[in-house]
Design a protein around this ligand. Structure first.
Ligand code: PHE
Length: 336
């Protein structure tokens, strides 16, 4: 057995010294040290059949063999490494150049900018309000009593101070009407917050765009025509709009607005998509006008609130809204 070990060692060291590349070294490693069929492992296994007197010496020889082979493999590996490193030019001219990082506008910001541009051309100005707000602005002034389910802690994120994170951009309606007299024609984009489960269609923080018009003769027809015009400008002349009756405490009547897009496929054929809800809208409830000191006999108003992330999802065919808020560069770089 001891002879066998020194013969194996001599053989192994000879082939290792000749090995020309890493692949060959790996083959030699498996041949000698492979756990199952390796020659050295076979030798070690043979120890079990030896007499107790012979076993210690044979075991030591077998282990020494194992160490010697492993060291020889490592030595040759380092040698190969050194020679190939020297043979290689310091600069690999065949590598493709690293592209320069180009920043891009986030798809949700771009949707907001495009939506805003359309409404600006229709005569709207931009308004903003705080993200930390009070129950008065977020609910009460909007004709939403505090026992309304929407005020539930389940939906709204309250702060220790008794303030809250606005759950929609509608409080900007109130702040704007408090500050200015009619006519009002504003667009107010911003972040809103809700205690929603984080899933493919919900994130606890998301963008909304509020629209509000108050004037002496603001009618439901204006609302419908304006939103239809917006949809056609945004999605093309073939896009359709539909209003479905709905309920919001601050509008009466209220509607949910759906859009149906017609897209041009790569084979040139037109494809009609299904109806998708993009916003809530309605005539401002006279109680809301009263809350800000407007005369509801003289003024009427209409408002809408839409989700630009929803719009961006439709636009880019993104199925999971979370992709927009996780900031994975591989996802965002596609929009550069
Ligand atoms: N604020 C409503 C929401 O968050 C949307 C809405 C805005 C509805 C304005 C009607 C008028 O769901």
């Amino acid at each position: 057995m001891i002879d066998e070990a020194s013969r194996l060692e001599a053989d192994a060291l000879a082939v290792i010294a000749q090995a020309g590349d890493h692949a060959e070294l790996e083959r030699i490693r498996t041949l000698y040290l492979g756990r199952r069929d390796g020659l050295v492992s076979g030798l070690l296994r043979g120890l079990g059949r030896m007499s107790p007197e012979d076993r210690p010496a044979a075991g030591a020889a077998a282990n020494a063999l194992k160490v010697a082979v492993a060291e020889a493999l490592e030595g040759r590996r380092a040698e190969l490494e050194a020679t190939t490193a020297l043979a290689r030019p310091a600069v690999d001219l065949t590598l493709p150049p690293r592209r320069r990082w180009r920043g891009s506008v986030h798809p949700v910001s771009r949707a907001i900018a495009d939506i805003w541009a359309i409404f600006r051309s229709l005569g709207f100005t931009r308004a903003r309000g705080p993200e930390v707000d009070t129950e008065w602005y977020n609910f009460v002034a909007l004709n939403t009593p505090l026992d309304h389910p929407a005020t539930d802690e389940q939906d709204t994120l309250y702060l220790a101070s008794g303030m809250l994170l606005r759950s929609h951009t509608s409080p900007v309606q109130i702040r704007t009407m408090e500050e200015y007299a009619p006519p009002i024609r504003i667009i107010a984009p911003g972040m809103v917050y809700r205690r929603d489960t984080y899933d493919a269609t919900h994130t606890p923080a998301f963008a909304q765009i509020e629209g509000l018009v108050v004037d002496e003769l603001a009618t439901f027809v204006d609302l419908k025509a304006t939103l239809a015009e917006f949809v056609r400008r945004f999605w093309g002349p073939a896009a359709q709009v539909r209003f479905r009756p709905s309920f919001f405490p601050f509008t009466e009547p209220s509607a949910e607005v759906d859009v149906k897009r017609v897209i041009e496929r790569s084979d040139g054929r037109r494809e009609e998509k299904g109806w998708i809800e993009i916003m809530g809208a309605g005539m401002v409830d006279p109680a809301v006008l009263e809350n800000v000191g407007y005369d509801p006999e003289r003024y009427t108003g209409w408002a809408f609130g839409m989700g630009p992330a929803r719009v961006a999802m439709l636009r880019h065919g993104v199925a999971d809204i979370r992709a927009f808020y996780e900031n994975d560069m591989r996802f965002l770089a596609q929009f550069a």
